[in-house]
Design a protein around this ligand. Structure first.
Ligand SMILES: Nc1ncnc2c1ncn2[C@@H]1O[C@H](COP(=O)(O)OP(=O)(O)O)[C@@H](O)[C@H]1O
Ligand SMILES: Cc1cn([C@H]2C[C@H](O)[C@@H](COP(=O)(O)OP(=O)(O)O)O2)c(=O)[nH]c1=O
Length: 212
């Protein structure tokens, strides 16, 4: 498919192996919704980060209570990812795996909080590079409207000005800079997420099915 937002498609071996697919985007961009719909459609296992491991639970506590230094959070996210990646290879022998957030979230959020990008990459160096990354791009004013419709407390990151910076950082790493580094995936797809849930799902499925 001729889509200017798909990069590096030549490198992927369609149908040869199960794929590790990652969804990224600002809070409320629709990652969880779309990751689940795609997982159901292609019969994939659905993962997410922070995970539900003990480290992941600690992270969620830290996010809601604001009780960790940013340096500590960066290390906890990396540690949670090490645990997540431990069994990934084995699980990929049998199933596609879709993950809601991954190392790119650390590159964007922890860097925005002031942690050096090289350090973030170093502490995440054992993270497996995904086959496909889907970036859901959305104006934070729209995403925050969606999030405020959700029940539960807003976490510390769910502030509109912060989300604007996060969106820009995603676009920046996606367009050129850090995606050129060790975590550059064979395929990455940027999608305008400002459309209905079903329409967005069809668009994502049509782009992904070319490669799995
Ligand atoms: N395309 C969409 N249009 C309108 N609302 C949406 C859309 N996708 C998701 N939502 C709603 O917005 C909220 C945030 O979606 P969610 O998938 O949890 O986002 P994320 O995982 O990126 O934070 C949820 O209430 C969800 O039902
Ligand atoms: C995976 C990851 C998430 N985060 C942040 C982003 C989110 O604000 C928060 C919780 O993730 P998540 O529950 O996926 O948030 P949402 O559904 O609102 O998108 O953790 C990081 O800062 N670094 C990371 O490496």
């Amino acid at each position: 498919m001729d889509n200017k937002n798909i990069k590096n498609a030549k490198d992927i071996k369609k149908g040869k192996s199960k794929k590790f697919i990652v969804f990224e985007g600002i809070d409320g961009s629709g990652k969880s919704t779309q990751a689940k719909m795609l997982a159901d459609r292609i019969n994939a296992i659905l993962d997410y980060e922070p995970t539900n491991s003990e480290v992941g639970k600690l992270i969620r506590k830290g996010l809601s209570e604001g009780c960790f230094e940013k340096e500590t959070l960066a290390l906890l996210f990396a540690g949670d990812r090490v645990e997540h990646c431990k069994e990934l290879e084995k699980r990929l022998e049998k199933n596609h795996i879709i993950c809601d957030r991954y190392v790119y979230s650390s590159m964007v959020y922890q860097n925005t909080q002031g942690i050096d990008m090289k350090y973030i990459c170093d502490i995440n160096k054992y993270a497996r590079v995904p086959d496909i990354v889907v970036l859901l791009d959305l104006n934070p004013e729209l995403s925050m409207l969606r999030v405020n419709d959700r029940t539960g407390n807003n976490e510390i990151f769910e502030k509109i000005e912060f989300q604007k910076i996060i969106r820009e950082k995603y676009l920046e790493i996606f367009e050129k800079i850090e995606f050129e580094n060790m975590f550059r995936p064979p395929i990455y797809i940027k999608i305008d997420a400002n459309k209905g849930i079903l329409k967005l799902h069809e668009e994502i499925f049509n782009l992904i099915k070319e490669h799995i």
